[in-house]
Design a protein around this ligand. Structure first.
Ligand code: BG6
Length: 477
């Protein structure tokens, strides 16, 4: 055991997203969003990765996000449980469709605004700092269907209207913001982040990177507006960070890993943190015949709208080599690669690599020298409720302990780390598979893959463990 020194004002807490917890998908005048048309079950991940999704609701399918875990009605009970654990921060997102149900209205929806007022007030009542993601895979469906998602420049204007509305409304209640959740994940799966599905015959490069350009401009506009409207706030980007290891010391593979890491892990961050397109992406654009439509003033906006901190999710590393054979692929590792013989994997095949978190923190800090915030990390696992009602999730405690130790080590390495909000502090709908059985929480929710369950909440063993970690500010681990 070693005693770790975390900063005294370290933001310990948990993370969620509106579409994965709220439910109430038609209540309070909410409009439909992308998550509302994603069915449950393992086929969801195939939909996310493959071309040709129709964005329709089909009567014969089950849509788990519609009710989710009913946070919309149970937020008081849930926030009280977070407070009991001693949370300093709670990461959540605002559903754009509660504020602008279709996305292109001129007037905001008061019922939606009032809901988040109630949630923020409840958090403050318990001394918990809200950390708010502005867009977490929940773009209004109307913008997808009528405008083609982020391919369409007009969406930048709608997004600006949305962010100005929420900054003005919540300026006294929310001081930590992030623009787009896991912005780089759209390089793998554009549906949720960019709001369109590649059609089979369509070349993916041009529309994807044009949509990215619009999103970068929108993000920079949001950063500028946030600084102007809430001068004492901090606004960050949010990246899915998965360090890429070369499979071996063959320079061909080392170079391959480096180039893959730059494209996937650094491209978006470089634009949002440094305010300009990095040199390596310009070569990539040339090689893939991508010509961005950049309007007058866009590059200045990118320069002026750089973020204050880097929020990132960390679940796994990726090990890779040039020209891997089909059978070598790492089964289930969501960001691909080949199997790393030194790592174990979760029940869903995500490789577990706590040292990779220390490596990621060091890499990000070396590159950007800005405060870092681990806004997602956790273990999706099957939990068993014992006959006496207890849930003994020691595997989750082991996972979290090793990752928290890795953060402690990185702090000793000199990294400036402001907080840790582990993913899914309460069980919820899985983003990639739509399952409830993929559980991350300290709090168990009685809800199952077929939609059954009482929605009752129950404390797991990890609840008490995390409470002690927070009380000791990390302490001996
Ligand atoms: C991140 C997302 O990629 O991973 C979350 O930001 C998601 O929305 C989390 O829930 C865990 O992924 P999953 O697929 O296990 O829910």
């Amino acid at each position: 055991m070693k005693k770790y020194q975390f900063p005294t004002d370290f933001l310990w807490g948990g993370a969620t997203a509106a579409n994965q917890i709220e439910g109430g998908f038609y209540e309070g005048n909410k409009g439909l969003n992308i998550a509302d048309v994603l069915p449950g079950g393992k086929e969801r991940y195939d939909i996310l990765l493959n071309p040709g999704f129709d964005f329709e609701i089909h009567q014969d399918q089950y849509y788990p996000n519609h009710e989710a875990i009913d946070f919309y009605h149970r937020y008081k009970e849930d926030i009280a449980l977070f407070a009991e654990m001693g949370f300093k921060a709670f990461r959540m997102s605002i559903a754009w469709t509660r504020i602008f149900p279709n996305g292109d209205e001129l007037e905001a929806n008061e019922e939606g605004l009032a809901f988040y007022d109630r949630v923020f007030d409840e958090l403050h009542k318990h001394g918990i700092e809200p950390v708010v993601t502005i867009s977490h895979y929940e773009m209004p469906l109307h913008l997808v269907k009528e405008y083609g998602g982020w391919r369409n420049r007009q969406v930048v204007t709608f997004f600006e209207r949305y962010v100005r509305e929420i900054f003005n409304r919540y300026k006294d209640k929310v001081k930590y913001w992030m623009t787009f959740n896991e912005i780089n994940s759209s390089l793998l799966m554009p549906i949720q982040g960019l709001g369109f599905s590649i059609q089979k015959e369509e070349d993916k490069y041009q529309p994807t990177f044009q949509a990215y350009h619009h999103q970068f401009v929108a993000s920079a506009i949001a950063v500028k507006a946030c600084h102007e409207i809430i001068p004492d706030s901090k606004i960050g980007c949010m990246i899915l960070f998965a360090p890429v290891y070369s499979f071996d010391s063959n320079p061909e593979n080392v170079n391959y890993a480096l180039q893959e890491e730059r494209l996937f892990n650094y491209f978006c961050g470089d634009v949002q943190v440094r305010g300009e397109y990095p040199a390596f992406i310009k070569r990539y654009f040339k090689e893939h015949n991508i010509q961005l439509d950049i309007q007058d003033g866009d590059l200045e906006v990118l320069k002026e709208g750089t973020v204050d901190y880097i929020g990132f999710s960390y679940y796994m590393s990726r090990t890779d080599k040039l020209g891997k054979a089909e059978g070598e692929s790492s089964q289930g590792n969501i960001i691909g690669g080949i199997k790393n013989p030194f790592l174990k994997a979760s029940d869903w095949g995500w490789e577990i690599d706590p040292i990779g978190l220390r490596i990621s923190l060091n890499k990000l800090y070396d590159r950007y020298e800005k405060p870092l915030f681990v806004v997602e990390n956790g273990l999706g696992a099957y939990d068993k409720v014992e006959e006496d009602g207890s849930i003994n999730d020691d595997y989750r405690i082991d996972y979290l302990r090793e990752h928290i130790k890795a953060m402690g080590e990185a702090i000793e390495d000199g990294v400036e780390l402001i907080g840790y909000t582990s993913w899914g502090c309460i069980d919820m709908v899985s983003m990639s598979t739509g399952e409830f059985s993929k559980r991350y929480g300290y709090i168990y929710v009685d809800k199952h893959d077929d939609g059954s369950g009482t929605l009752a909440r129950k404390k797991k063993k990890s609840f008490f463990w995390y409470k002690d970690v927070i009380a000791a500010n990390g302490g001996k681990l």
